[in-house]
Write a protein that binds this ligand. Structure first.
Ligand SMILES: Cc1cc2nc3c(=O)[nH]c(=O)nc-3n(C[C@H](O)[C@H](O)[C@H](O)COP(=O)(O)OP(=O)(O)OC[C@H]3O[C@@H](n4cnc5c(N)ncnc54)[C@H](O)[C@@H]3O)c2cc1C
Length: 494
């Protein structure tokens, strides 16, 4: 019998990272128990169902479907038997204050036309952009993201000599994009992905141009029934595989002694011994709140991704605008400086909208529709502070509808039939997010690869999984994180 079969592992938190770790560990023969503070699994990938409207709380788009296929395979299942994936061919439409627009799509002829229109030439950098980033993309998925790389040398070797020499890790995304495109609109649209990585495109490494590349080359997806249907199907699999899931079970402490983990204490005072514990709670929150013996302030200075305010609107009519839209301000650089340097309300207030019922009518009652709006906001300076922008609901809402009017989008507040709002502090309190940061630790140069928070702690037997550890944030990355932590444990304990 495999030695590991006797070991029992506790995972604190039931987000996507935890679900992935549980499946990979179970496939390696471990016994797994998950303790989740809320009444549902999924963490930030959660659900609101009201009055016939079904809203995904956090993630609204799915990239790299094969990462989820691999997860289903690890459980001995086929994703196709559980999930019906819809490709969102309309891509993402960008709109500026001056009314210029641009659409990033995997429909290549349409994208080429869009780029030629803005570059004012058919001879443009799209092909060179795709070529360079296809190479980087393969490096990322074949050599960097799929293994535990702890030392900078191994990581540098994985990255490769030519990529190191090209300086893509040291030059900014914006200047990297400038090698292929002249149009500021194109550079701004592609560069806007830096927002969710926790930095400005003028600072985040150029290597991350693989994000817009990934959407062009491999498409944008949504499971039928919304992102949460993925969580529902995976929860069924956890049950089938015998993973023990305890909901409404908040962990108040991780017990350590002599540099070893000893178990957990639940909010009701019960303590349960474990030799191996994985925390899926945002890593800085775990280290600063759950491990009582250390008073870890080292995260105070680390850059985090932005906070968000999110609106969930059930509308009393159908809409005909694209599934995904991003509204950018004229003062593009200024708004990133406000968010990440000055930590003030972003000038021109960029925001993202998702209208999933455009692609899947089952998400709203007939003749009605759903609209999700996400506004990035600064995080707090310290974790114990209230985010002052949590009080700006009316100001933000008015600006959203003013912006719709500016673009002749036929929608007013009178169309709202159902409304739910999550402020930055609600996000924090619901899921334990450090400094109200929505996506976890930032991905600046000092926070990626071997420099990112490791998935193994200084305590023997204590590990981490999720958005603030390796390899990074987003559903595909935290799913990989689950695999990486399972490999790490297998390596340490078998
Ligand atoms: C608004 C928003 C939009 C996003 N959009 C996208 C998108 O379109 N596509 C994409 O790929 N990604 C998106 N993301 C990012 C993605 O949601 C996250 O990277 C991912 O879901 C994080 O998963 P996780 O497992 O790391 O953590 P979490 O989902 O945060 O899970 C951690 C779990 O731990 C639980 N917990 C916390 N404290 C305790 C405790 N003391 N005891 C027990 N349990 C506890 C929490 O309740 C939670 O369930 C978005 C995120 C947000 C917030």
């Amino acid at each position: 019998m495999n030695k590991s079969a006797k070991r029992e592992i506790c995972i604190i938190g039931g987000g996507m990272g935890s679900i992935s770790a549980a499946i990979y560990l179970k496939s390696k023969g471990y016994e797994v128990s998950v303790f989740e503070k809320n009444s549902t699994l999924g963490g930030r990938a959660n659900i609101i169902e009201e009055k016939g409207f079904r809203f995904d709380v956090g993630p609204s788009l799915l990239n790299y479907p094969w990462i989820f296929e691999n997860l289903f395979e690890a459980a001995g299942e086929k994703m196709d038997d559980h999930i019906d994936l819809i490709e969102i061919k309309s891509g993402v439409k960008f709109l500026w204050d001056d009314k210029e627009t641009f659409t990033i799509t995997s429909d290549f002829p349409r994208l080429s036309k869009e780029i030629a229109r803005l570059e004012k030439s058919h001879i443009n950098g799209l092909n060179s952009f795709l070529k360079v980033n296809s190479k980087r993309y393969n490096i990322a998925f074949e050599k960097l993201l799929n293994r535990n790389l702890d030392n900078p040398l191994g990581w540098g070797i994985g990255l490769g000599f030519s990529e190191l020499l090209s300086g893509s890790m040291f030059k900014s995304m914006y200047s990297d994009l400038g090698k292929h495109f002249k149009s500021d609109y194109i550079k701004q649209a592609f560069g806007s992905y830096a927002m969710y990585l926790g930095g400005s495109p003028f600072k985040i490494p150029g290597f991350f141009s693989i994000l817009p590349y990934g959407e062009i080359a491999y498409g944008l997806w949504m499971p039928k029934g919304g992102i949460y249907s993925l969580i529902e199907k995976l929860e069924n699999i956890l049950e089938k595989k015998g993973v023990k899931v305890f909901k409404n079970s908040q962990v108040s402490e991780i017990i350590t002694n002599n540099n070893e983990v000893k178990g957990i204490v639940l909010e009701d005072g019960r303590s349960i011994p474990y030799e191996i514990v994985i925390s899926n709670v945002d890593l800085p929150t775990t280290e600063s709140k759950l491990i009582k013996k250390i008073n870890n302030n080292s995260f105070d200075k680390k850059q985090m991704t932005p906070s968000v305010m999110t609106f969930y609107w059930g509308l009393n009519k159908e809409t005909d605008f694209p599934h995904h839209m991003i509204f950018l301000p004229d003062d593009y650089k200024g708004c990133f400086d406000d968010l990440f340097i000055k930590k003030t309300f972003p000038n021109g207030m960029p925001f993202y909208t998702s209208s999933p019922s455009v692609s899947d009518k089952s998400l709203s009652p007939s003749g009605k529709s759903t609209l999700f709006v996400l506004i990035p906001l600064p995080v707090t300076e310290k974790d114990n502070e209230i985010n002052i922008y949590s009080n700006e609901i009316e100001k933000i809402k008015t600006r959203i509808f003013d912006r719709f009017k500016h673009h002749n989008i036929d929608l007013t507040q009178d169309n709202i039939e159902y409304e739910k709002i999550y402020t930055p502090d609600e996000w924090k309190n619901l899921f334990g997010l450090y400094k109200t940061s929505a996506f976890g630790a930032s991905h600046n140069l000092f926070n990626i690869g071997p420099f990112r928070n490791k998935n193994k702690s200084r305590y023997k037997g204590l590990y981490y999984v999720g958005a603030s550890t390796t390899p990074g944030t987003g559903l595909p990355m935290v799913t990989l994180s689950g695999k990486l932590v399972s490999d790490r444990i297998e390596n340490d304990f078998s």
